[in-house]
Structure formats: structure tokens, C-alpha cells
Design a protein around this ligand. Structure first.
Ligand code: SF4
Ligand code: SF4
Length: 306
């Protein structure tokens, strides 16, 4: 049954599928997560502190949960677009696209059971579960690396009551590469472990951060990035773009709705600055960019032209 489920998901557009036993997160991994929080490296994303019991034990997400199916979908195309918007955000909103896709896959699963789809919609350590399920390993840039498909992937999970035989977990690490640490324009990756300091990360600062950038750490990080020619409109791909696992022949995107939208590829800071709120809502309907909000995109666009 497990292989039948894997086949359905791969034929549906996934680039990798793995299975893990639903259980508490390993104590060592949980400690690392708590330490990351206690050092404030989650910056303003206080929601990362919510529901610690569920995050630690995903069996609480579904009564009778026995297994976690981890699924990766590649959003990388054959060529890297030249855009001030992070690649993952150039297409339709992956939350909607992948939920519809997974719901269709569930209808073809060989048996009825309890299923819960999670796509950033539940407190779950998704890269940890992807590693446990044998989908890939976690790189020094914090991203999940799927061997043969790279790290430009979206992750989703299906928590299920089905008792499926687990796949072998990945224990591989990056070794001495260090390309992402050297390429990061803000020093967000200079800490030990797979630990990003979001206070210094352009993805956090241009997407998740609300309000002006007043904190001296934010100002210093943005200024350091600007001197290296990086003033993004939405997110940052630098530590993914330099990763050797994304170079050369890797499996490219197979879900058409994740392909870049022409109007988003063409967007400029002037376009953003000339928008009213209603234009923003219309342009970024069904786009991940709406998460940055009108005020946030306006702030980012001003930073690009100053
Ligand atoms: S997304 Fe950009 S700023 Fe953030 S860690 Fe990667 S390279 Fe650094
Ligand atoms: S760039 Fe190198 S160190 Fe960084 S995630 Fe990729 S393989 Fe690992």
C-alpha cells in the first residue's frame, strides 16, 4: 500500500515522497529548536512558539495518527529567473495549489483512513519530518535538500492513521562546502548547526517583518546586503542559488501552476509604489506575495530605490 501511495503522489507532481512513524520529536532535535527560540533567532515570528505540545508530538494533530507522509514538490524551473522576488513566490500560491493537488491524490489512495494535510497550516517541524521520512537532509542554510532534486522545494505532510512502514531517515550533512554561508549577504548563517538568525535574513525582513526596520541588527543586515547589491522586493534566493545541490541536472518543476506568472516576473519597485491597496489585492490574488502585505511591499520598494 505504501508504494501505491508513493506512486500516486509522484504521479501527482511530487519530486520525493517518504514515510515516517508518527512519534515525539527526538529530544536532541527538540532541544535545538528550543535553543533557537530562546536565542530569539525566530525574530518577530512569535507564532513559532505556539502549540509546543503539538509541534513536539504531531500525533496530537489527528486522533489515532500512526504515520507521517512527507512530500516535496520542486518549484525550480529549468532556468533561474532574474527577479527581485524569490523564486518560490513567482507562481500561484502553493498553499492552494498543493492542497487541491493532495486532496485529489487522497481520493485515489487505496484505502479509507484518517488523513490530515498540512501545508504551513499546522505546527509541525516539516524539515525534521522530511529528514525522518527519508525525503532529504537539512543543509547548512536550513533548507531541506532532496538529493537529485535540490532544495528549491515546497514541503507538505499528510498525517494519517495508516500504520505504514517507515523509510530510512537521512543522516547526511553538508560537510565542508560552506558556499551558502559565504554567499549570504547579511551574515544570517554564521551560527553553528542549521541555525538561521532570522533577524539578519532578507527573507524574514522583507516578508515576515511587520512595520519599519528600526532594530539596529535589521538596519545593519540590510545595509550589508545593499553594499553587496542586494535590495530584494520579496525574499531572497542567494543561499539556495549557490548550493551545489541546485546546480546542473536536477529534477525541475512538474506542477504547472507553480510556474512564474508573467505579471509577477515583470513587477518593478515603481509598479509597487504606484499601487493602491485595491491594486495590490488584485495583482497578488492567489500569490504568496500577499503575505508581505501592502505596507511591507511598499517599504521594500522604497528601500530598492533610495
Ligand atoms: S535567504 Fe538570503 S539573507 Fe537569508 S540566509 Fe539565505 S542568503 Fe542569507
Ligand atoms: S551550499 Fe553547501 S553548505 Fe550550504 S546547504 Fe548547500 S551543500 Fe550545504
Amino acid at each position: 500500500m505504501k508504494e501505491e501511495i508513493r506512486k500516486i503522489l509522484l504521479e501527482g507532481g511530487a519530486c520525493a515522497v517518504g514515510f515516517a512513524k508518527a512519534a515525539e520529536v527526538d529530544p536532541g532535535e527538540w532541544e535545538l529548536f528550543e535553543e533557537w527560540l530562546s536565542r530569539g533567532r525566530h525574530a518577530g515570528m512569535e507564532y513559532m512558539r505556539n502549540h509546543p505540545q503539538i509541534r513536539r508530538d504531531p500525533r496530537l494533530l489527528l486522533e489515532g495518527a500512526n504515520s507521517i507522509i512527507s512530500i516535496a514538490f520542486n518549484y525550480r524551473g529549468d532556468t533561474a529567473p532574474n527577479s527581485p522576488v524569490a523564486s518560490y513566490a513567482l507562481g500561484d500560491d502553493y498553499h492552494d495549489v498543493l492542497r487541491d493537488l493532495l486532496n485529489r491524490c487522497l481520493n485515489s489512495f487505496p484505502t479509507d483512513a484518517g488523513y490530515r494535510i498540512c501545508i504551513d497550516s499546522a505546527p509541525i517541524l516539516e524539515r525534521y519530518w522530511a529528514r525522518k521520512a527519508g525525503v532529504g537532509f537539512i543543509g547548512d542554510n536550513g533548507a531541506l535538500i532532496v538529493p537529485g532534486a535540490g532544495s528549491m522545494v515546497f514541503l507538505a505532510e499528510i498525517v494519517t492513521t495508516l500504520p505504514l512502514v517507515p523509510d530510512r531517515e537521512w543522516i547526511r550533512r553538508c560537510g565542508s562546502c560552506g558556499a551558502c554561508r559565504r554567499a549570504c549577504p547579511t551574515g544570517a548563517l554564521t551560527f553553528s548547526g542549521n541555525s538561521i538568525d532570522c533577524n539578519r535574513c532578507l527573507s524574514y525582513l522583507t516578508i515576515e517583518h511587520r512595520g519599519d526596520w528600526n532594530d539596529p541588527v535589521h538596519i545593519e543586515a540590510l545595509s550589508s546586503a545593499a553594499t553587496r547589491g542586494m535590495t530584494p522586493l520579496f525574499g531572497c534566493d542567494r543561499c539556495l542559488a549557490v548550493c551545489p545541490h541546485n546546480a546542473g541536472k536536477v529534477r525541475a518543476r512538474t506542477v504547472p501552476a507553480l510556474a512564474p506568472r508573467k505579471e509577477i516576473l515583470a513587477i518593478t519597485p515603481s509598479d509597487i509604489l504606484s499601487m493602491e491597496k485595491s491594486d495590490f489585492s488584485a495583482t497578488f490574488r492567489h500569490s504568496p506575495i500577499k503575505r508581505g502585505r501592502f505596507d511591507g511591499l511598499h517599504r521594500n520598494a522604497l528601500n530598492m530605490i533610495k
